[in-house]
Design a protein around this ligand. Structure first.
Ligand SMILES: [Zn+2]
Length: 86
């Protein structure tokens, strides 16, 4: 299976829903819509999100796998920046 490395962007909270996308290509890394989770006192979903700026390697499948790459200085060749620029 092919893997692509994305960057975690800022977490957006909207009407009790939390969304986190890659700021480079827009890939949706997290969306709490339809996700079973615990709500905090204000009705917001409590879900562990990626730290903005982290490199996340995504392997699509059933289930799709997400893996944090340790602190990297050079992004691997299978990053989404390359795909966006082609
Ligand atoms: Zn991306």
């Amino acid at each position: 299976m092919n893997s692509i490395v994305h960057m975690a962007g800022p977490v957006i909270h909207l009407n009790g829903r939390a969304i986190q996308r890659c700021p480079i290509c827009g890939y949706k890394l997290v969306d709490t819509k339809g996700m079973m989770t615990v709500l905090d006192g204000e009705g917001n979903a409590e879900v562990k999100m990626w730290i903005p700026g982290q490199a996340i390697e995504v392997t699509e499948g059933f289930p799709t796998e997400f893996r944090i790459l340790p602190e990297i200085t050079v992004w691997p060749e299978n990053n989404c920046f390359v795909l966006c620029e082609d």
